[in-house]
Design a protein around this ligand. Structure first.
Ligand SMILES: *[C@@H]1O[C@H](CO)[C@@H](O)[C@H](O)[C@H]1NC(C)=O
Length: 271
């Protein structure tokens, strides 16, 4: 068992949380070797009106630490680990309608923590059941800039190209764009993803879905909790919650891991 865990540690997936000095979400957007933009790009302003930034007060004011998605006027879906691993969650604020974190664009709506819950089965070691729900104190007002997203239901089988969003590094070591980044990632079938992850102790569970897996493209540290949306016949739906990556992001063929929204839907809606 210990050997497996050790092996697992060497190969273990990293939470898509920022490091101590990296208080921004990250979508890897550049090929480190030549600094060409090969991955994500600036999102079209307010094209992802469900995406929020979760922030807590630091020494230089509020700092981003995770993303989330609005599902109703007072509920935001995020990763369980955004709530559960040491962030002072009660001082949390949620900003909706943001695009450029460095500017006040007049479209932002700020609401504060009222309560937050991570899934009772949340398992940090295996990054399983990585579901969280935040209730905000003041309801968001839906408009052109702030909108809820539809949660995938069990009838939906994701396919095709999906889109992940977050504010993040353009390289793992610096260059924080303040502009929301988006990246298109192909959905990876569970069987394919399970095969790729076979050497990792816990593999892929029903609570996880996979997307991406191409070198230089993917989500990265700090994107946790943010949205993976796909397009279905009835429109855009939230298929995944940004959960983990294999380090270093964008430098291996492991698809990125997302909490499976269709599987967690009932719990997400009842909290
Ligand atoms: C806020 O939204 C919730 C959920 O839709 C609703 O039940 C509640 O009445 C709203 N509160 C206010 C003050 O509008």
């Amino acid at each position: 068992m210990k050997v497996i865990l050790l092996t697992c540690l060497c190969l273990s997936a990293a939470l898509a949380l920022p490091g101590k000095s990296q208080l921004r979400p990250t979508i890897r957007t550049r090929d480190e070797s030549n600094l060409l933009v090969v991955g994500g790009s600036d999102a079209i302003p307010h094209a992802h009106p469900y995406q929020v930034t979760l922030q807590y007060p630091g020494s230089n004011g509020y700092a981003h630490f995770c993303g989330g998605s609005i599902i109703s006027p007072n509920k935001v879906v995020t990763a369980g680990h955004c709530i559960d691993i040491g962030i002072p969650i009660t001082s949390l604020r949620v900003v909706a309608g943001d695009h450029d974190l460095s500017k006040n664009e007049g479209t932002e709506q700020v609401s504060f923590w009222k309560s937050a819950v991570s899934h009772p089965n949340f398992d940090l070691e295996n990054i399983d059941w990585d579901y969280g729900v935040i209730t905000v104190a003041t309801n968001f007002t839906f408009n052109e800039y702030v909108q809820p997203v539809y949660l995938a239901d069990k009838e939906i089988v994701p396919s095709g190209i999906c889109t992940a969003t977050g504010w993040g590094y353009s390289t793992p070591d610096g260059n924080l764009p303040n502009i929301l980044q988006k990246i298109e990632l192909p959905y990876v079938e569970r069987t394919t993803c399970t095969d790729i992850y076979r050497s990792i102790a816990w593999g892929i569970t029903e609570r996880m879905i996979c997307a991406g897996g191409q070198r230089t493209k993917g989500v990265c540290d700090g994107d946790s909790g943010g949205a993976l949306v796909c397009e279905g016949v009835r429109g855009t739906y939230l298929a995944g919650i940004n959960s983990y990556v294999m380090p270093r992001c964008g430098e291996n063929e492991y698809p990125d891991g997302f909490a499976n929204v269709a599987f967690g839907r009932d719990w997400l809606l009842s909290n």
